[in-house]
Design a protein around this ligand. Sequence first.
Ligand code: DX5
Ligand code: ZN
Length: 215
Amino acid sequence: MEITVLPAILEQDINELQRKVDMVKGHVSEIHLDVMDNQFVPNETINDPEVISEVDWGDIQISLHLMINNPLLYLKKWALPNVSSIFVHREAVSNLEECIKTIRELDKKVGIAINPHTSTYDIKDVLDDLDAVMVMAVEPGFSAQAFNADVLEKIAYIRELKPDMPIYVDGGVSDKSKDEIIMAGASVLCANSYIFKSDDIAEAIKDLGELTQQY
Ligand code: DX5
Ligand code: ZN
C-alpha cells in the first residue's frame, strides 16, 4: 500500500503556523492540522476557523484533526474550502452517526480518531461509513511524546477488516517507529516533531514514507 506522510502542525500562534506552512510548501500537498480546545485535551491551539482561513495556504490542503468536545456544534464553521477531511474523536462524540452524516453533507472526507486506550470495537459499527480511521499512538494534547507500540495491534486489526481504507497514525511517528507502523498496515503517517526538528524537511518526509529494513 502506498504510504503518505503528512506534516502535523500544532500551533497557538498564527505567525508560527504560517511559518510552518511555508516550510512544507512545495514538499507536500496536504498537512495535518491539530485543533485543541483545552477541554477535550489539556492544551489549546488556534481554535478558530476564521483565523485559520487567514493563513496563506497556497495549494495546501488540510486534513483536520479536531481534538475538541462536541465537534458537531462546530463542524460547519470548520468546513473551509481547503479542508479535505475532518477527523473527530470517538471519545468526544455521543452521536457518531449524526457527526458522520454532517461531515458528509459538508462534502468532506470523514474520519474518526481513537485514543490509545479506546478499543476498535467502539468504531466497528461505523467503519463502513468512514473514509479513514486515525489511530493515536500517544495521548492527544502534545507533540514529541513517545510512540506507544501497543496500538500496532489495533492498526493490524482495522487493516484486516478494511483492506483498502486509509489508516492514519498520529503521535510519536519517527524514523524509529515508522517501520513497525507501516508493517502493521497503516498508510498515512502524521508527524510533527520528527519533520519540523529535522535539518532537511524534504528528506525527513521522504524518509518516513519508506521502510528502512527489508521484510
Ligand atoms: C497530538 C497531536 C499530534 C502531534 C504529533 O495530540 O494530535 O498530531 O502533533 O506530534 P509528534 O509527531 O511530535 O508526536
Ligand atoms: Zn494530530
